[in-house]
Ligand binder design. Structure first.
Ligand code: PEP
Ligand code: MG
Length: 760
């Protein structure tokens, strides 16, 4: 290896020339290893490529026995090369035979080499192969040489990823570096989706790797970092951090990384080896990813996202945003893969393009998941590192029933899913047949099943699903997709359409429930420490009565001559209900004053989502015409358990005995006072949840449209009186949600009640 910095740059230039040659791929690879060996003054240079069956195959060598090419194969983890692949780490060894992982392969004749340097060939943190140089003399390679080999590996990664090596003949011909993967997550919205990956945040692919002028590249990097630091500082200094969805602690971590000298130094070193600034960012990031993805420390793994975000920001600065969307056109069979996203962002894709959703995070009651469920988008959440494991356009299957995700599925898996899709269509057909059947339990108890909705696209589902009306219309969803605050007349139009399509069936509107994680693009809100417990829903509505009154007026106009049912979210104290009602009555008076037609009937209700109401039930039930329990929020506040926090979602079930006892108390009080009580949280839409609610005495349930069929099928087979008796006895002593769940599953089995997977 020449001791100056021109060496690697010359090598890179030669590599580029070689890659551009119109020769056969094997020829090109042979020439590349020759070039590397000559440039680094090494006796051996070899490339191992990771095959679809997880074996590392020797693809080209300069110096080892040429007969070993395409013959020598190592498992990941086997020998030094396998070790480098599995750990995604560099090995720089003098006397490599002494390393515990060394495995001797006689066919290669490599026993005479006393120096070994191997680097993983990485792309987006994934190992594609291993690049090795060896020398006969005993020595350790310098940092500069290690850098140069890593840079070369990056060029090779592009060659491998480009798919050009697929044309190789011989045993390597079946090379498919994008292996099929089956990942497990949590089922969040049922259904099956087959389609192609659309990364929510498209990965930036650097195509121009090799720089002409290292100094110029260094300047570009310097100025981009300067900009990046300023923009992170700027974000931190703004008072609306929560508004842009970036919490302060994440930004603090950003700031720490942005000023991290090691990070910057590694990128500068990469530029010294001849890379462009973009390629240097990518190289260092790929390295960091590989290391963090293998970390067993969950805190460090989480930091991967921060590093990724930061590297992406830097890349965008460098490329002037040109590289952010390499695809332009999005496929119409999109399966969106994201770390996490907001409900409005999902809506932006347009329902007809999206066939499925895969989230690295996500919780069953987070709003993006609720919206996905409302739109019937099969969703699997908590799929660790999903984003890193796929590329835009990869074939993918989302099984929202079992929580499985198949990336690049083999043909047989795909065929079996195609069959399942047909089977599901058949089952849906059966549910449709139940559509006009009254929802009555096997022993004759009628139950009202309603649908939750929030967008106009939901409305056609009502009739199809066999719901008796809309039990919860989340009005804020319209606001979340709007660019500016919808004016009174616009709102009126939407509400009128909702009532028209309900065609006389009851619709329960909920007044604006914004704040918390429901962000309106046009409403600037200050950062809050605890937004879920912050200035949201009716609290915001009462403090900004203009918004609420506009909405009330729009609803009153839309419901002229019909029934208007309106409820207020997040009532915490009874006086808030009185105040909201007071505002509403002022709007009614306004209507009367101006001789507008009034609704024929008005019913005002309260959502029960905050535990404090459990101790004011008498007063509340005396005032409200109806109550609707939002089990998502009630559960979150009762258990002090953030509904969107992935780490907690498995811990506190909404079938936990304490929660069910609270629900029992509410329905008992409601019955005493003769006030109807509905459940509209996600609990009502799960077959076992609905069974529990029926056993507690609930007869009005509102759920996502796709749940109405399965829940109706369940209750048609349900001997309710029997369930009530056994359930009451079980609940009296139960201490764990698992007991409740087991009891319900066992009951369903004993009475032959079909509960579809994904609707447990
Ligand atoms: C609830 O909290 O259960 C509810 C129905 O309201 P949202 O999910 O919209 O907060
Ligand atoms: Mg709620």
């Amino acid at each position: 290896m020449r001791g100056n910095l021109a060496g690697p740059r010359i090598l890179l230039r030669r590599l580029r020339e070689t890659m551009a040659k119109p020769t056969d791929a094997q020829e090109r690879l042979n020439e590349i290893v020759r070039l590397i060996a000559a440039n680094m003054v090494a006796e051996v240079c070899s490339v191992y490529v990771l095959r679809s069956d997880n074996l590392l195959e020797l693809y080209a060598t300069e110096g080892l026995n040429p007969m070993a090419v395409h013959e020598t194969r190592l498992s990941v983890g086997e020998g030094l090369v396998g070790h480098i692949a599995s750990e995604a780490r560099i090995l720089n060894l003098s006397e490599p035979q002494e390393h515990p992982a060394f495995a001797y392969r006689p066919e290669t004749g490599e026993e005479i080499y006393h120096a070994f340097l191997g680097v993983p060939i990485l792309r987006s943190g994934r190992t594609l192969g291993v690049l090795v140089v060896q020398n006969k003399t005993q020595r350790l390679y310098s940092d500069e040489e290690v850098e140069a080999l890593q840079t070369t590996a990056m060029v090779l990664a592009e060659l491998i990823a480009s798919g050009e090596l697929k044309g190789l003949s011989g045993p390597g011909a079946d090379l498919d570096l994008v292996r099929p993967l089956r990942l497990e997550g949590l089922s969040m919205a049922e259904g099956l989706g087959l389609g192609r990956v659309v990364l929510h945040e498209p990965r930036i692919v650097v195509t121009n790797l090799i720089a002409e002028d290292a100094q110029a590249e260094e300047k570009r990097l310097e100025s981009a970092i300067e900009h990046l630091r300023l923009s992170v500082d700027d974000l931190l200094n703004r008072d609306d951090i929560s508004h842009v969805g970036e919490h302060r602690d994440i930004l603090e971590a950003y700031r720490m990384f942005a000023y991290d000298r090691g990070w910057v130094r590694r990128m500068q070193e990469a530029i010294h080896t001849g890379l462009t600034a973009e390629a240097a960012v990518e190289r260092v990031q790929s390295d960091t990813r590989a290391r963090l993805m293998r970390s067993t420390d969950p805190y460090l793994r989480d930091r991967l996202h921060d590093f990724d975000d930061l590297a992406n920001r830097l890349m965008r600065k460098l490329s002037g945003d040109k590289l952010t969307d390499k695809n332009g056109e999005k496929p119409t069979d999109a399966i969106i893969v994201a770390r996490n996203m907001g409900a409005a962002e999902l809506l932006d894709y347009g329902r007809d393009r999206v066939r499925g959703l895969v989230l690295e995070e996500g919780a069953p009651t987070s709003h993006v998941v609720i919206v996905a469920r409302a739109l019937g988008i099969p969703t699997v959440g908590q799929v660790a590192t999903a984003v890193a494991l796929c590329e835009d356009g990869d074939p993918i299957i989302v099984d929202g029933d079992t929580g499985h995700v198949h990336m690049r599925p083999p043909a047989d898996v795909e065929a079996s899913y195609v069959d399942q899709v047909k089977f599901r269509a058949h089952r849906q057909e059966q549910y449709r047949k139940l559509r006009d059947k009254p929802a009555v339990t096997q022993d004759g108890v009628p139950v009202d099943l309603y649908m939750n909705a929030g967008l106009l696209v939901d409305l056609p589902n009502m009739v199809g699903a066999g719901a008796k009306g809309i039990g919860l219309f989340r009005t804020e969803l319209q606001f979340m997709v709007a660019a500016s605050f919808p004016r009174m007349r616009e709102q009126e139009k939407v509400y009128r359409q909702v009532l028209d399509s309900a065609d006389g069936m009851p619709v329960t509107f909920r007044s604006l429930d914004v704040g918390g994680d429901k962000v309106l693009a046009f409403l600037r809100m200050a950062a809050e420490e605890n937004p879920a417990m912050g200035w949201r829903a009716i609290r915001l509505g009462l403090d900004r009565p203009g918004l609420l009154r506009t909405q009330m007026r729009a609803l009153l106009h839309a419901a002229a001559g019909r029934t208007l049912r309106l409820m207020f979210p997040m009532i915490t104290d009874v006086f808030e209900f009185d105040e909201a009602k007071g505002l509403f009555m002022r709007e009614v008076a306004h209507l009367e004053r101006h001789n507008y037609q009034k609704p024929e009937k008005i019913q005002l209700g309260a959502m029960l989502e905050v535990p404090s109401l459990l101790f004011q039930l008498d007063a509340l039930l005396d005032r409200a015409d109806f109550i609707s329990i939002g089990t998502n929020d009630l559960h979150q506040f009762m258990m002090a358990c953030d509904r969107g926090n992935t780490r907690l979602s498995g811990r506190y079930s909404s079938l936990s005995p304490s929660f069910l006892r609270a629900l029992k108390h509410i329905i008992t009080k409601g019955e005493e006072k003769g006030v109807p009580v509905t459940v509209c949280g996600e609990l009502a839409g799960r077959a076992t949840g609905a069974m529990a609610l029926l056993a507690l005495g609930y007869r009005h349930l509102s759920m996502a449209p796709s749940s109405v069929g399965p829940v109706k099928a369940m209750l048609l087979e349900l001997p309710l009186a029997q369930l009530e008796a056994e359930f009451t006895e079980m609940l009296a002593t139960a201490v764990h949600a698992d007991e409740v769940k087991r009891f319900l599953q066992d009951f369903a089995e004993r009475y032959d009640i079909h509960i579809p997977a994904g609707n447990l």
